[in-house]
Structures are given as structure tokens and as C-alpha cells.
Design a protein around this ligand. Structure first.
Ligand code: ZN
Length: 123
């Protein structure tokens, strides 16, 4: 799939961003956090592909386990728009459900084996 400039936002609209990434191959991650969120993610892309247009101050950072990955969520509506990956901290993924004009339920979902990257069990 071609790379497109896509607009995205959290649920309440406090956080708005643009990202230049294909949405396929989309993946779900099986780590303990993503398992609970169930979000379908874009393929990884480099940080310069992502522009936060609004609401950087509304983002809260959540880290766990190896504390390498950075999981950002909106402190108002709780929606998680993107994260910085643990496999390579230069890479990011966006929650496809936050993107305008993209239906995550029409995409095939691959599996990203985040669980195997954890250093303790159930992380
Ligand atoms: Zn929000």
C-alpha cells in the first residue's frame, strides 16, 4: 500500500496529529499492554513521519517493564493514539482506529510479538 498523509486524533479531539505511513501490514501486539487495548497498529515508521498538530500537553506517557517503549495516551479521554516501539526506539506506530478515513475492521491483522521482548513474565 502507498504511503499517505493521514490525519488522526484521540476521541475527545484534544490531541490531533498527522502521519505519513501506509496502514498495511497492520498488526496487533501480544504484549500485556496491547492485549488489554486491542488496538490495531500501523507498520513502524520513523519519528519524522509523525507531526503532533495539537494537544502535546494533553498526552501522558506510560512506561512499563523494560521502559524502552513509550506509550502515549490522552489524559482527557484515555485514548491511546501512538507509541514509540521497544524493538527500536526510533520507530513509532499509530493506532489505526484514530485515523480519519481508515476502517481498522477492514484490514487484515498480523501479529507483532511484543510479549517475547519482555524481560519479566507477563509484561
Ligand atoms: Zn482525548
Amino acid at each position: 500500500m502507498n504511503t499517505h498523509l493521514l490525519k488522526g486524533s484521540c476521541h475527545c479531539g484534544a490531541v490531533k496529529f498527522e502521519v505519513n505511513t501506509p496502514v498495511a501490514p497492520a498488526a496487533r501486539c501480544n504484549c500485556s499492554l496491547c492485549r488489554r487495548k486491542g488496538a490495531l497498529m500501523t507498520p513502524p515508521f520513523t519519528a519524522d513521519q509523525l507531526t503532533i498538530k495539537q494537544g502535546e500537553d494533553a498526552l501522558t506517557l506510560y512506561q512499563f517493564n523494560t521502559r524502552v517503549a513509550k506509550h502515549f495516551f490522552c489524559k482527557h479521554c484515555g485514548i491511546y493514539p501512538f507509541h514509540q516501539t521497544r524493538k527500536d526506539p526510533k520507530l513509532w506506530r499509530v493506532n489505526i482506529g484514530c485515523l480519519e478515513g481508515v476502517d481498522p475492521y477492514t484490514l487484515d491483522a498480523g501479529l507483532s510479538d511484543g510479549a517475547s521482548l519482555s524481560v519479566v513474565e507477563d509484561a
